[in-house]
Structures are given as C-alpha cells and as structure tokens.
Design a protein around this ligand. Structure first.
Ligand code: SAM
Length: 241
C-alpha cells in the first residue's frame, strides 16, 4: 500500500459506482452477512458498501478494515451520519488486515473487489491474517480476480451523473501488460461551457483461476464451502482443527 493510493478515485468512487455496487454487494453477500452470529469482517472496506450492507443485514459487530486514507474518509463520513445504535456496532481499522490486531472477531469475512489488486505475495500475506481474524468454522467470501489476462483491451463506461451544474463521468480500461492487468481509470467533470477537469489513476491486477485460489487458501487452513458455485464469489470456510 502507498500512502496516496486511491487519492484520485476516492472522489469519484461513490458518485460513479456506488449505486450499482450497492445492489451488487447485497446480491452477493447479504445472506451470509445475515447469518453471522459473532461478527462480520469487511476486508478492504473502501467507502463502505459492504460495511453498510453488513450493518443493515446483521445484528453483530462489524469490523471494517481500510488502510487507504482517501477511501477511509468517505467511509468515516458515512458512518458518522448513522444513528447511535448502528454506529455502536461498527469498528474501523485504519491498517491493512495483516497489520490490524484482529483475532477471532468474525464468523463471516467479506472481501469485495480487492483480491484482484493484490500481487501474489500480498495475497499470501493476507490469507493468514484472514484466518486469524475468523473463528474456526467461519467463512471467507471474496470476489474472484479475472481468471486470465484479457486478449484485447476491455473498456467499461460508468453512467454519467449530474450534481448541480456539473456532470461527472468516467471509464476504465483493462489491458494485458507482462503478466498483469493494467487498469486505467479516467474521470472527467463538465460544466455548461465544456470540460472542467480530467483525472487518471492506474491500478494493477493479477489474474488467478478459481482452482489456483482454492489451492492457495487450502495451504492456510481453508476449505471450499460445499454447494457454493457462484462464478463471481469464492466461498471458503476455516477448518476446525
Ligand atoms: C478497489 S477497492 C474496493 C473497496 C470496496 N471493497 C468496494 O468494493 O467498494 C480495494 C480496497 O482494498 C484496500 N486494501 C488493499 N490492500 C488491503 C489489505 N491488505 N488489507 C485491507 N484492505 C486492503 C484498499 O485500500 C482499497 O480501499
């Protein structure tokens, strides 16, 4: 992690992506969050999409781990606006999961849109930390990285959004680059007279297949949760020794 990671994207993340992401994370993880009996751990909480969903769907404590200051700021603002009873159930940890002092705090850990952006050695550091933060028998659910490098550039355009007199827009382009995926986010703001500003932020992703992810996690005490075949999310459980 670099201190200025997400410094550009944090400003645009909620306005351009939040609504669709909210629907998506509810669809992918709400049932598991609702089944939590000890706690929910949100690994790489970002601006708080999974954290908020977990608070609403569960009755247990929620631990939001978010090391990037730029992403944590909107997360804190969102939590500060909650009623006291909800706020009492959520704790924000301003470090990476590896650095956070979390032991057996959750029976459900969710990691959305984060693992793809961790290099293989960073993933190997994350798994033991996830195992420590979970109780035995707990579940780890995460969005799988792309299985392979793209054959050609993939572009996704975010729907334009209006705030007052300004229109906000952006896109991302994923390209293969020497074994990694370069993910370039472009953002723009327009007023009635045309372009006001433009920004670019580049991230890297490391592809891995579902089978590779399962094999990595098995080395760290996890085993696949039976009956979970969602192609987007891998669901593993921490073995009870
Ligand atoms: C692409 S963002 C996704 C945020 C959020 N999960 C979402 O889907 O909106 C990935 C987040 O993971 C965080 N992150 C990266 N490495 C991490 C680590 N080792 N432990 C915890 N969080 C991490 C980053 O700071 C970033 O906010």
């Amino acid at each position: 992690m670099q201190p200025d990671d997400y410094a550009v994207s944090a400003e645009f993340y909620d306005v351009l992506q939040a609504h669709q992401d909210e629907i998506r994370v509810h669809h992918l993880y709400a049932r598991d969050a609702g089944d939590a009996r000890i706690g929910v751990l949100d690994i790489g909480a970002g601006t708080g999409r999974v954290t908020m969903m977990s608070l609403m769907e569960s009755r247990v404590g929620v631990h939001a781990v978010e090391p990037a200051r730029a992403m944590r700021a909107p997360l804190m603002t969102r939590l500060a606006a909650l009623p006291t009873e909800l706020r009492a159930r959520v704790t924000v940890h301003p470090q990476t999961l590896e650095e956070a002092p979390l032991r057996g705090v959750a029976d459900v850990a969710i990691c959305h849109n984060t693992i793809a952006g961790l290099a293989p050695d960073a993933r190997h550091a994350l798994w033991p930390a996830a195992a420590q933060a979970l109780v035995p028998g707990g579940s780890l659910l995460f969005q799988l990285p792309p299985a392979r490098l793209p054959d050609k550039d993939i572009m996704r355009v975010f729907p334009n959004q209006r705030i007052g007199e300004h229109e906000y827009g952006g896109h991302m382009v994923m390209s293969a680059d020497e074994g990694r995926i370069r993910t370039r986010f472009g953002y723009w703001v327009r007023g009635s007279g045309g372009a006001l500003r433009e920004h670019i932020e580049t991230f890297w992703m490391w592809p891995a297949t579902r089978a590779e992810m399962i094999s990595d996690l098995e080395e760290h005490g996890f085993t696949p949760l039976p009956g979970r075949t969602d192609p987007v999310v891998l669901a593993m459980t921490l073995r009870q020794w």
